[in-house]
Each structure stands twice: as structure tokens, then as C-alpha cells.
Design a protein around this ligand. Sequence first.
Ligand code: FNR
Length: 381
Amino acid sequence: RDLETILNIDEIEEVATKQISRKAWAYYYSASDDLASKSFNNRVYRQILLRPRIFVDCTQCDTSTSLLGHDVGLPIYVSPAAMARLAHPDGEHGIAQACEQYGAMQLISQNASMTPEQIVADAKPGQVFGWQLYVQNERAKSEAMLERLKKLPAIKFICLTLDAPVPGKREEDERSKNIASNLPVPSAVQGGGSTSTTSEDSKTGPPKNMGMGQSLFWGTAADLTWKTTLPWLAKHTDLPIVLKGLQTHEDAYLASLHAPQVKGIILSNHGGRALDTAPPAVHTLLEIRKYCPEVLDRIEVWVDGGIKRGTDVVKALCLGAKGVGIGRPALFGLGAGGKEGVARVLGILKAETETCMRLLGVGRIDELGMHHINTRAVERD
Ligand code: FNR
């Protein structure tokens, strides 16, 4: 289908669903248990109202901003999500090309289906990547990966994911576990650096017939702590750290005490794929505003989960988020049309974000604030 005829993110998902394999769809679509967090992630944005102002000159509108001190064309970034080549051979490299077109940042999953070297191979000057780390039981493997990243200057920070020490119970993924597929081997395995593997004959790999989510988590450490993990990381990388998967104001506050090593946090429930009925990022952001607003000054706060409209992006920014991540929309964009499909997703979200800002009476990202939204319905929940 001509990508120009696809008008929104839901339509992208519909088109991709028809084009990708059943197994890929099940892996991408799935979330834990009853999918309550997944559906609430998006619904919560519908409950926040916008407060447009009149008599504001909105002929100019600029979506550029900065993330961790790097200039970006959009506050929207691509969240780390495993196995992009299940959707399309362009894979994570295709996502990188689409991001380059829009000046958007890309976070690469530890379980990417291409190597980090392949993904950043054509990075343009100024293009920014983060590397998402799942610390492995065998720490030496994670250390080897951190060493390997030192040769890739386009990778500017480490994103340490903490909301899934064990995988959630993803039933759709379980149901499709026996469907055969020619799985690409996760990136980090090619050339060492990870125990995650889908290769059937590996002695250390996961047992056969596991759901894809379960098998990708094989070898991931469940024993990370504030006390031990950050000092370990400091020994093995000089890159700034972004902690991903915070879901309470208490943890946001603790993270802020670790600045400047920790430069940012991502409020996320893993797209509803970890603990079901965990809160959407909007709730956590509102908690932070209420109990420890100083966190927003000490470190950057990013959010992800359920972003489908430019209005969702703008609302997250009004609440104090600096960056807004998209997981499934990028994967489904890839499934709908390879790298051009991802570019279409970013193009739709950029245009919707601009329209929303203009109709609000805002020309620049840093003008957005709480005075542009009404969150009463969310706070009543
Ligand atoms: C993810 N996510 C994820 N997060 C992470 O830190 N490492 C990973 O490898 C993955 N893998 C992954 C695979 C798939 C198929 C999905 C859908 C998600 C979570 C991801 O980074 C992000 O938090 C959510 O996807 C955001 O929600 P939306 O945008 O998908 O609603």
C-alpha cells in the first residue's frame, strides 16, 4: 500500500499486521497478562485535555530540542525494541536511516537483530544513538559489550533497562512459540557480548520451544541493585547513563541522587510487557510533580508507552518530559514499509505535533508547560 495513504499510527499497525508473520505480530503486539497497562498507556492521554490560547502568532513552529545536550530535530525518539528484522530486512539499520531523516534519536536494543556496528555504519555527523543494556548473569559478557561500544562514537549513552528483571507473562507470545521462523540471531551474539541467543544448537542458550520474549531474556541478571550496579557500570563505561523503566516517584528521586553519572530516567512500563497494571508514565510523572518536582531539574525525564498522536507527545512534554519514546509504532512502521514506513511514522507524528503546538498557540518546545493542559480527570482516577 502507498505509504502516503496511511494517515495515522493505528493504520500503520493495521497495515503491518497484514504483512508481517504471525510470530512477529505476536511478539510485537503482546503485553503481559490482561494487557491492562498496555491499553491504559494510550487511554490516559485521551483523559488529559488541552488548553488552547487565542491571538497567538503561530506562523512559525519548531519541533527541535535537545536530549542529554545533543541537538535533535524532534523530542520523539525510537525506544529500544528487540528483533526489528522480524518485521522487515531493513531492520534496525532502516530505523537509523529514518531517524536520520528527521534528526531523531534512536535507542538500540541489546537484543537487536543486527550488530551495533551494522546499525550505526552509515551514521551522519550529529546523529545520536543510545545503547540499551540488559546486564547479563555472566558480567564478563556485558563488560565485553561495553568495551566494544567504545569503538562506536555515534553511541552517546547507555540506557540501562530495569523494569524487567524477569519477563512478564505474555500469552500471545506463548501461543505462537511453536510457530517456526527463521529468526535472525540477536546482534550482540554476533561477535560476542551477550548470552541472549535464539540459536537452537547453542549449549548455553535457552531451551527450545520458549516464547520469543522468554528466550530473549535468557541469561539476563535479576540481581541488580542501586548499591552494586551503578559502581560496576562506572568501572566499565564513561558514557552517561539513562535508567529505563522507573514507575514510582520514590525511584525517580533515588535516581536523581545519582546525577551526574545518571543523566536521565525513562518512565516506562515496558509497553505493558513487564508488570501488568503497573502505572503508565503519565501517572508517574504526576507523582514526581507532586512529591519531588526537583527531580525534573536534576536529570532529564523521558517517557514512553502508548504514544500514537502528536497530541500525546505534546501532553507528555507539558507534564515535564523532555523526550518521548515510541516502541511499537516504529516496529509496525518497519512492517508496513521498511525504512520508508518508519519515516512515515516519524513524519505523521512530527506533523501532528506541529499542528497541535500551533493550535495551542505555541511556537517552540520549551514554551510548553502545565498551563497548556488540564489533568483533573487523570488525578481523580
Ligand atoms: C520492547 N521494549 C524493550 N525495551 C528494552 O529496554 N529493551 C528491549 O529489548 C525491548 N524490546 C521490546 C520489544 C518489543 C517488540 C516491544 C513492543 C517493546 C520496550 C520499549 O522500549 C518501550 O518501552 C515500549 O515499546 C513503549 O511502548 P509502546 O510505544 O510500544 O506503546
